[in-house]
Design a protein around this ligand. Structure first.
Ligand code: DC
Length: 234
């Protein structure tokens, strides 16, 4: 029997506003594992592509740009996340809805998805990785030891996104966000390559009306059951 010696992975997939960003970060912190925010990489590519004047009909150029991105994730002393591209802090523009929508458009291009594969997989390091995205369990880490798919009603996801953006001091209206999220869901679920869908073996958790803490606890119970007392964990 061939033993899988790669560091373990918890894949957490789901649509925007399902709570997967917060849940993934808390689970990674509790286990003492690395975190991959794959949506941020799509956003970085959207930002870098626009800065380079590339359009969606230049898939080869977008693919080589994806393959050359020098991205660094860090946290400030206060615990706020920072995303650096070539050493430049681009956290703020990445958070805007515009950038998320552009990322969703680019994410439907097969060459873009291919171009970001190596970068995403390079985050798999000991003692383990919590990978947050849309296709972590289906395409990027099909051998992940635990696959979670988070969902929530559209109304709840819109409310959460609204509160997040307001907290960050960004502009948003509920009807505008509802339209954006509905359009993004439709695009993410219906694209031909790696559409957003649970892996057959994923544990599907509906987070509507559930506190984040409870969801984190559920995932941690599943992770500890699957991986035992995790190396690096507290
Ligand atoms: O999670 P997010 O909102 O930051 O992601 C931005 C967009 O990137 C999202 O609408 C779809 C796309 N995406 C993807 O297609 N696959 C991933 N693994 C992560 C994000």
């Amino acid at each position: 029997m061939i033993k899988n010696t790669s560091p373990p992975v918890v894949a957490i997939d789901g649509p925007s506003g399902s709570g997967k960003g917060t849940v993934s970060r808390r689970v990674a912190d509790a286990l003492g594992w690395h975190l991959l925010d794959s949506g941020a990489l799509y956003r970085v590519l959207a930002w870098a592509g626009d800065a380079a004047g590339l359009s969606s009909d230049q898939p080869q150029k977008l693919q080589s740009l994806a393959g050359s991105l020098q991205v660094e994730f860090s946290r400030t002393a206060a615990g706020d996340e920072r995303i650096l591209l070539d050493g430049r802090d681009i956290t703020q523009p990445l958070r805007a809805e515009e950038c998320g929508n552009r990322a969703s458009e680019l994410a439907a291009i097969p060459q873009v998805r291919e171009g970001l594969k190596i970068l995403q997989r390079s985050f798999r390091r000991a003692p383990g990785l919590v990978a947050d995205g849309r296709d972590m369990g289906t395409v990027i880490f099909p051998d992940a030891g635990l696959k979670i798919f988070l969902t929530a009603s559209a109304g709840e996801r819109v409310k959460r996104r609204y509160n997040q953006l307001k907290q960050k001091g960004l502009d948003a209206t509920l009807p505008g966000l509802f339209r954006d999220i509905a359009a993004r869901d439709e695009r993410d679920q219906s694209r031909a390559v790696s559409p957003l869908k649970p892996a057959p073996e994923a544990v599907v958790l509906d987070t509507t009306g559930t506190g984040i803490e409870q969801v984190v606890e559920k995932v941690l119970v599943l992770a500890r059951r699957r991986f035992g007392s995790t190396p690096g964990g507290s």
